[in-house]
Design a protein around this ligand. Structure first.
Ligand code: SF4
Length: 361
């Protein structure tokens, strides 16, 4: 799903805690993701700098080194942690090219639970190869007191990959309905809105336009390993600035940022990732509240499910309109063991991101 591992960054060029300390406070959510955050030797320092700046601090990890998060969770139990898990043991290990990965992550989340963690869960990338295990993985997570975050295949410069397509869109989309219904039956309000987010994933899987326009560059931004700030991690033509050379205020007020934000409004990419969806679902007036569209959908369907009725997915989703998809088999590295060499001197954006065009249909 992602070739960041084939394009490692030189640690000495990576964004530092001092650079990140230039970010202002008051963010709703800051997510330390990868590559792999637990490979940073100064992860604790990064957390110390970022934790006070956000309402929710999140760490997205492959979960292969959970022990590195134990001291962090002991100090900050409410940090949100998500470990990548793509279904049952055999499926998750095969998709991710890991040996013993699933067992390590499950044991790892338990370890963090014992350390006092209060917001722990798995992150599941929905695709043809694992969608049949989506509901089971949700039930498994729930039964252990863990959350399940979902996304689907996307292409993006951050992933160095442009062949993340679905093979059978309708089959995949139909199976996500089970998760949407399951989430709506839950007693947690948060899960009802996750159900709407997953409804958006069904639209994305079928190749339909986003449920709500994207707010990249205004609702969220992305800082890459070289301290470059971008409106999003999908299009490499949406720069905002650089946090080493500029202050955050200068970046936000810059002409570069204005130009990129202008392009976001006309963006034809069909992304619906957690960040792009969650921010778009929020009210423009009260950021903690949802927009009217998601709110109405949730209220209507919660009532329906509470009365023992089923969600009428065909009323919301046009299953007769499905985008064609190229059938590109994704490789597994579980048996191939490709050895990666660090390429030094990648000192321009062009060298950082050699693939230029990314398509999300
Ligand atoms: S919809 Fe466009 S601007 Fe928004 S995340 Fe996707 S590529 Fe970026």
């Amino acid at each position: 799903m992602c070739y960041i591992w084939k394009n490692p960054t030189e640690p000495k060029l990576e964004v530092t805690a001092a650079t990140l300390s230039k970010l202002p406070g008051g963010f709703d959510n800051l997510n330390l993701s990868g590559g792999e955050p637990t490979l940073r030797r100064d992860l604790t320092e990064l957390v110390e700098v970022l934790y006070p700046k956000a309402r929710i601090m999140e760490i997205s990890s492959n979960g292969l080194h959970p022990e590195k998060l134990v001291p962090i969770i002991k100090k900050y139990p409410n940090i949100k942690v998500r470990f990548s898990l793509e279904g049952d043991e055999a499926t998750s290990n095969r998709i991710r090219g890991e040996e013993n990965g699933a067992a390590t992550k499950i044991a790892g989340l338990r370890m963090l639970q014992e350390a006092g963690g209060t917001d722990l869960g798995f992150a599941f990338v929905i695709q043809d190869e694992n969608v049949d295990q989506l509901v089971k993985t949700y039930e498994f997570a729930k039964s252990h007191g863990f959350e399940l975050a979902t996304s689907t295949l996307h292409n993006a410069w951050q992933f160095y990959k442009n062949d993340n397509y679905f093979y059978d869109r309708v089959k995949v989309a139909r199976q996500v309905e089970g998760l949407v219904s399951g989430l709506m039956k839950s007693g947690k309000v948060k899960n009802w809105f996750r159900a709407y987010l997953n409804l958006g994933l069904i639209e994305k899987i079928l190749g339909h336009p986003r449920l709500i326009p994207c707010v990249a560059g205004t609702g969220f931004a992305f800082i890459d390993p070289w301290s470059d700030v971008w409106a999003c991690n999908v299009r490499s033509d949406l720069p905002l600035g650089n946090l080493v050379r500029q202050s955050w205020d200068d970046i936000v007020a810059s002409e570069t940022a204005r130009n990129s934000i202008g392009k976001v409004r006309a963006c034809e990419q069909n992304c619906w990732m957690v960040t792009t969806a969650r921010t778009a679902m929020r009210s423009n007036l009260i950021p903690q509240a949802p927009k009217a569209g998601p709110l109405m959908w949730v209220l209507k369907n919660k009532l329906k499910v509470s009365l023992g009725r089923k969600i009428d997915f065909d009323k919301y989703i046009d299953y007769t309109d499905v985008k064609p998809t190229p059938h590109v088999a994704r490789r597994s590295y579980l048996v191939e063991h490709e050895k990666i060499k660090l390429v030094k001197g990648r000192d321009t954006t062009d060298k950082h991101y050699p693939l230029k065009v990314f398509e999300n249909t």
